[in-house]
Design a protein around this ligand. Structure first.
Ligand SMILES: [Zn+2]
Length: 115
């Protein structure tokens, strides 16, 4: 099937070409084959289009400046001055070394009268 190149279609080809659409896309829009697009563009001496600009998205590395902090409560909730420790916690624990020791190490029972 021969492609009929009306003035309108030629202009449309040129416009789509300049817009940077792929030859396959232009062909689809004009209802012709990709090869017909390439052949016509060549005959029209259309400028070779620049290869698509690859947009390199730099991966932003976000550093958490504040980082995790010890969530050991200091004082009593509701009271003035209540806050969390905020020290740097030890790996895998929500508390700093000092408070992790308090949280996870059971104090020795003293004063046991069991005999
Ligand atoms: Zn702490």
């Amino acid at each position: 099937m021969e492609t009929v190149w009306t003035q309108e279609r030629v202009e449309q080809l040129g416009r789509l070409w300049k817009e940077g659409h792929s030859t396959a896309e232009i062909g689809r829009r004009l209802g012709i084959t990709k090869n017909a697009v390439v052949g016509k563009a060549h005959r029209l001496s259309l400028e070779p289009r620049p290869s698509p600009v690859k947009v390199v998205i730099k991966r932003r590395v976000v550093f958490d400046i504040s980082g995790p902090s010890c969530s050991w409560p200091i004082g009593h909730p509701g009271e003035k001055g209540f806050h969390f420790c905020g020290e740097r916690p030890i790996a895998g624990k929500p508390y700093c070394a000092e408070h992790a020791a308090l949280a996870y190490i059971r104090p020795k029972r003293e004063g046991s009268n069991a005999a």
